[in-house]
Design a protein around this ligand. Structure first.
Ligand SMILES: [Zn+2]
Ligand SMILES: [Zn+2]
Length: 159
């Protein structure tokens, strides 16, 4: 067995999956092993310690993580290693993103005021039909994290 696949096996053995299908994009999959600064940590064979969520991105994309960028979470859930929730961003994006999120979390569900139920249904069906969150966010001129929240909260109701 090649080394890479055994590292992947060791990695996935430490992830708490949701009950949906494999590669569920909706739920957070939390790391069950070592946590440092809120983030999961995996120790590789060469003894290097890497952030588990960053490693998850590499496994999904079968690419080394882009140099100079940080592994950011759409879901703002640090121990989450669902590769669909991870994106490479600059340090600045990462900071702006979390500041924005804090601000928004005060006025809970701010997006309800901005989007109609038709908008929301349309975003979900676009996503279900294979459009990326990024393209939907662009279409509605909003952030990826807003789209992510809307799509993830499948039972969310417009009131
Ligand atoms: Zn799920
Ligand atoms: Zn997550």
């Amino acid at each position: 067995m090649p080394r890479a696949s055994s590292a992947a096996d060791r990695f996935w053995a430490k992830v708490s999956f949701c009950d949906h299908e494999l590669w569920c994009p909706y739920c957070c999959w939390e790391w069950t092993a070592r946590i440092r600064d809120g983030y999961g940590v995996i120790t590789l064979r060469n003894d290097a310690k890497v952030n588990a969520h960053r490693f998850a991105w590499e496994l999904l994309n079968t690419l080394p993580f882009p140099r100079g960028l940080e592994a950011c979470h759409w879901c703002h859930n640090r121990p989450c290693v669902n590769p669909f929730h991870i994106y490479p961003g600059t340090k600045l994006q990462n900071m702006q993103h979390s500041v924005k999120d804090k601000r928004y979390s005060h006025g809970a569900n701010h997006y309800r005021k901005r989007f109609s139920i038709e908008n929301v249904n349309n975003m979900r069906s676009l996503f279900e039909n294979g459009n990326s969150m990024y393209s939907i966010a662009k279409l509605y001129k909003t952030s990826n994290s807003t789209i992510w929240k809307i799509i993830k909260k499948r039972n969310w109701r417009y009131t």
